[in-house]
Design a protein around this ligand. Structure first.
Ligand SMILES: Cc1cc2nc3c(=O)[nH]c(=O)nc-3n(C[C@H](O)[C@H](O)[C@H](O)COP(=O)(O)OP(=O)(O)OC[C@H]3O[C@@H](n4cnc5c(N)ncnc54)[C@H](O)[C@@H]3O)c2cc1C
Length: 324
């Protein structure tokens, strides 16, 4: 049976959401494959997260538990994971394209001398059960599907590209792996001198309603109206890259190819033209509502609801109505 192995990343004592998204997606998409998860960490971390990993719906969870894996050290983690892959021989190996995942994946690929397709948004298998990984290319103008010639087929997955669905029940087998590597020695190659934990905004990419603003809002002051409307409606704010580049909004809320992928029930785009690089981030939105003065703007043809109007007027009217 084709075996798909997903690396479950732990960051700041939490399981990265993208790891859960990959398990959900592979379980739903490849029902004739064995979906396995791999988690590595020290005893305290593993004990704290074990039940949660087991509840994610994979068929099997491999656990590498070792005191020398207490914090993320890219060299040690690379060697431990590469060693496990050499022993376990999965057909496909997947990692989330997080900061740590992007650092880890090329090192593992290089160590195992296998190919790597980075930042993918869709996966399939060919008739020989080889990985076909799809990702945006040419600045988001094309989607390229890349076939793996080496085994395991290896890809990093863009956070938010897939939806996580907590399974109602999960019959997951747990296997403890004793790494025979001398982990203490591996840690001497690089030292983590200091860890600064940044305050990370709560995850907004899976919110039900996202209200995004672009250049059509004309100024930072007008962009503030997006935040105001979000406060009144419980929606989450987002921005186009052009708005971010002008300093109207932080990069953490940018949607698109070089920002986040979102999957709301409703995506409201105000004064956004709908460039491909922006729309790449909203392919999983259930409905798109666009407000634009230009009926010929690309987003007006893609949106489920297109309103030709001044977005600033619309924002002011909605805020005034909802504040009454
Ligand atoms: C490699 C690469 C990666 C990129 N990654 C991203 C990304 O991740 N995310 C992203 O967003 N972009 C990205 N871009 C940039 C992208 O190509 C566009 O330039 C950007 O999305 C445009 O932002 P915008 O829609 O806000 O601005 P514009 O394209 O300038 O559109 C503004 C829109 O507002 C409308 N408008 C004007 N006035 C009003 C008004 N009063 N009311 C309503 N509508 C009005 C206009 O008709 C127009 O359609 C990337 C580009 C490259 C090359």
């Amino acid at each position: 049976m084709t075996k798909i192995l997903v690396y479950v990343e732990i960051n700041n004592n939490k399981i990265e959401k993208v790891s859960k998204e990959i398990i959900s997606y592979t379980k739903q998409t490849f029902d004739d494959c064995e979906i396995c998860a791999l988690i590595a960490g020290d005893n305290t971390t593993i004990e704290a997260l074990k039940q949660e990993v087991l509840s994610l719906g994979s068929d099997k969870v491999y656990v590498i538990q070792n005191q020398f894996l207490s914090e993320f050290n890219v060299c040690a983690y690379c060697d431990v994971i590469a060693d496990f892959i050499t022993q376990d021989k999965p057909d496909v190996f997947l990692i989330g394209a997080t900061f740590n995942g992007r650092e880890l994946a090329p090192r593992i690929a290089s160590k195992l001398e296998i190919g790597l397709t980075a930042d993918c948004t869709a996966l399939s298998l060919d008739e020989n059960k080889k990985l076909l990984a799809t990702r945006p290319t040419y600045g988001g103008k094309l989607m390229a599907t890349i076939s793996s010639k080496t085994v395991p087929g290896f890809a990093t997955i863009r956070p938010g590209a897939f939806k996580f669905k907590q399974p109602e029940s999960s019959k997951t087998e747990i296997c403890y792996i004793n790494s025979e590597l001398n982990l203490e020695n591996l840690l001497t190659r690089t030292n983590v001198l200091k860890t600064d934990i940044k305050e990370v905004a709560e995850d907004w990419t899976g919110s039900d309603i996202i209200i995004a603003g672009g250049i059509g809002l004309k100024s930072k002051e007008n962009f503030e109206l997006i935040y105001k409307l979000c406060e009144l409606t419980g929606a989450k704010p987002a921005a186009s890259r052009a708005a971010v580049e002008l300093g109207w909004a932080p990069q953490s809320i940018q949607v698109g190819q070089t920002g986040s992928s979102v999957s709301p029930k409703l995506y409201v785009a105000l004064g956004i033209s709908g460039a491909l690089q922006h729309m790449t981030g909203v392919t999983n939105a259930l409905k798109i509502l666009a407000v634009n003065t230009d009926i010929d703007a690309p987003i007006m043809k893609i949106a489920d609801y297109a309103i030709q109007a001044d977005a600033i007027n619309i924002l002011n009217s909605l805020i005034s109505k909802l504040s009454d």
